[in-house]
Design a protein around this ligand. Structure first.
Ligand code: NCD
Length: 322
């Protein structure tokens, strides 16, 4: 694996499969009374969040703590410094504190690359979401969730599985990272959105595109709904919320047309009633809560592989550091 995880494109198929296998071994830890391994004892993981987050920050924190690392949470929101200076000054502070890994979320696309390649820090850098660019650990936890559900009925892999990613692709770092990673893992991705919510350059992505949700749904094995990211919208991208939901929302009627095995995903936070109705979010097909559980295992795997070693983590020494 590369030293930093900045983009889903940093992962070869072998790397991605190693993360999934390691996550599978580590996942069982969540069911034990003592959820801790000594693998990263004495290492320091800094969570550097310049942008709001609930599950990603908590998930990284839980992951690092379950591997016995020391965790420093740094919420940088509200800094009055300009972006470049702020990031540099913060990086120098982290370096002085001896951070081994920096998990960074930033509103500017490319900020984690800057941190990793500037020479300001020696730590491993993990991108926890940069602007509208990428969110590789979200893609890994999504792929892990799909792999657990679909691989057993598909010769152990995601080869040829059909994944529909629906909604605000334009502002979604989740969509981009998933498109890249799922392509690496052999799945077929179809992005579904209104024409105004596709980014320029979509032709270069390894995906199919569609404006017609009803045409795509019956053929898909996974349907992943995206939040409409109003905080990133400076203009109007669709007439009304109601019109958007009518054409691109997943409701009970649309869910009824899915194949029996098809799962429904969402990275969260959900806007119930907008891109997904409550009955769908709470249905048996929904694996949305499972995605959160899997997020911890996948982030443990990433931290372990970047900081600890390159072999799958055995959980046999569990309890050593209890
Ligand atoms: C996503 C994000 O922040 O990019 N959420 C997440 O990390 N779980 C998607 C979103 O905010 O809609």
């Amino acid at each position: 694996m590369k030293r930093h995880l900045l983009s889903a494109a940093d992962l070869t198929r072998t790397d991605a499969e190693l993360v999934l296998q390691t996550a599978e071994e580590l996942r069982s830890l969540a069911d034990r009374p003592i959820k801790k391994l000594p693998a990263l004892r004495g290492r320091t993981v800094v969570n550097l969040f310049f942008e709001d987050s609930t599950r990603t920050r908590i998930s990284f924190e839980a992951a690092a703590k379950r591997l016995s690392a020391d965790v420093i949470n740094f919420a940088a929101k509200g800094s009055s410094l300009s972006k470049g200076e702020s990031l540099k000054d913060t990086a120098l502070t982290l370096e002085a504190m001896g951070a081994d890994a920096v998990v960074v979320r930033h509103h500017a696309s490319g900020a984690p690359h800057r941190l990793a390649h500037s020479g300001w820090v020696r730590s491993n850098v993990i991108n926890a979401g940069d602007g509208t660019h990428e969110h590789p650990t979200q893609a890994l936890l999504d792929a892990f969730t799909m792999w657990r559900h679909l691989a057993p009925r598909n010769s152990g892999s995601l080869d040829g599985c059909r994944v529909a990613i629906v909604g605000d692709v334009l502002h979604s770092r989740v969509a981009r990272s998933n498109a890249l990673l799922l392509h690496t893992l052999g799945a077929h991705v179809t992005l579904v959105a209104p024409p105004t919510l596709f980014p320029v350059g979509i032709d270069g992505w390894p995906v199919e595109t569609s404006y017609d949700l009803d045409a795509v749904l019956p053929k898909t094995d996974v349907v992943m709904m995206l939040r409409v990211q109003r905080e990133r919208m400076s203009a109007s991208f669709f007439p009304t919320a109601r019109e958007y939901s009518r054409r691109y929302g997943l409701d009970g009627r649309r869910m009824a047309g899915l194949q029996d095995h098809t799962i429904v995903m969402h990275p969260g936070p959900m806007v119930r009633g907008m891109e997904i109705t409550a009955d769908v979010a709470d249905s048996d097909r929904s694996v949305i809560v499972e995605q959160v559980t899997n997020g911890v295992a996948v982030r443990m795997a990433v931290l372990y592989l970047l900081l600890g070693g390159n072999e799958p983590a055995g959980t046999t020494n569990e309890g050593d550091d209890a």
